[in-house]
Design a protein around this ligand. Sequence first.
Ligand code: CP
Ligand code: NVA
Length: 300
Amino acid sequence: MKRDLISIKDLTPEELEEIFKLTDKLKKYPDRFNKELVGKTLALIFQKPSNRTRVSFEVGMYQLGGYSVYLGPGEINLGVRESIKDVAKTLSRYINGIVLRTFEHKNILEMSQSATVPVINGLSDFSHPCQALADIYTIREKLKNIKGKTLAYIGDGNNVCNSLLYAAAKTGMNMNVATPKGFEPVDSVMKETSKIAKFSHDPHQAVEGADIIYTDVWASMGQEQEANDRNKIFADFQINQDLVKSAKKGVLIMHCLPAHRGLEITDEVIDSKNSIVFDQAENRMHVQKAILIKLLGAKK
Ligand code: CP
Ligand code: NVA
């Protein structure tokens, strides 16, 4: 039976560890894997812009000996020119896997139900599992033992925050989430992760004792028209030197990127020596190569 990657919630802690162990090997010995997906093709259906996700999947697929087809917003016109169901059924006749970046999460579920090939969530309004996997992998590289470590997420309780909460819960990490009122993660995720997470509206309290400070844009893709209002609402949630001072010395700084410098994070902090944002970006590719091998590769 095919397997998808739709949410980190669907993975066991053992499966996460397997992905990370394979990623270690892929990062250390890339040449050993350059025939792993020969003859395999991946479709990238993107309804939103992308730098990291698109490039890391395309390059990753190439490095594994496979091929990818990019289908941007104007191409398939998902759900308008053709139903998701028909796109899924057609593509399943040509290709071996689908990455979908979309708005509503239910589009990914629908694609998964109708496709006979694996479907990978390349970001929806609800979650961004590939990002969170790469993030936890990066934290693991830097801190070695991540069990009991605390990640302070400051800003919008969005797709990235939801996936980080699930990933933290599966890997024994704790999270302090500080958002403005009304911008908390969705209720179901808060409930499901309440054992490992504290939710508040106080960024200074949230970063106290944390090992990592993480932030993301205040207005996600599709919320551009709310940006001006959000910039005012979120002003006290900026990651700046003053906030970093409330955390312990050496606290790691993370951001999934793209960053709006001067809004959710200052230049000084994102460019500081404790910032690991480009390690996160690099690790997207290594981790996704492991995911592609697990989902599209020959069963061993
Ligand atoms: N972090 C991330 O997914 O970046 P892109 O939107 O550029 O793909
Ligand atoms: N929360 C952001 C993440 C971008 C990678 C968005 O959805 O636009």
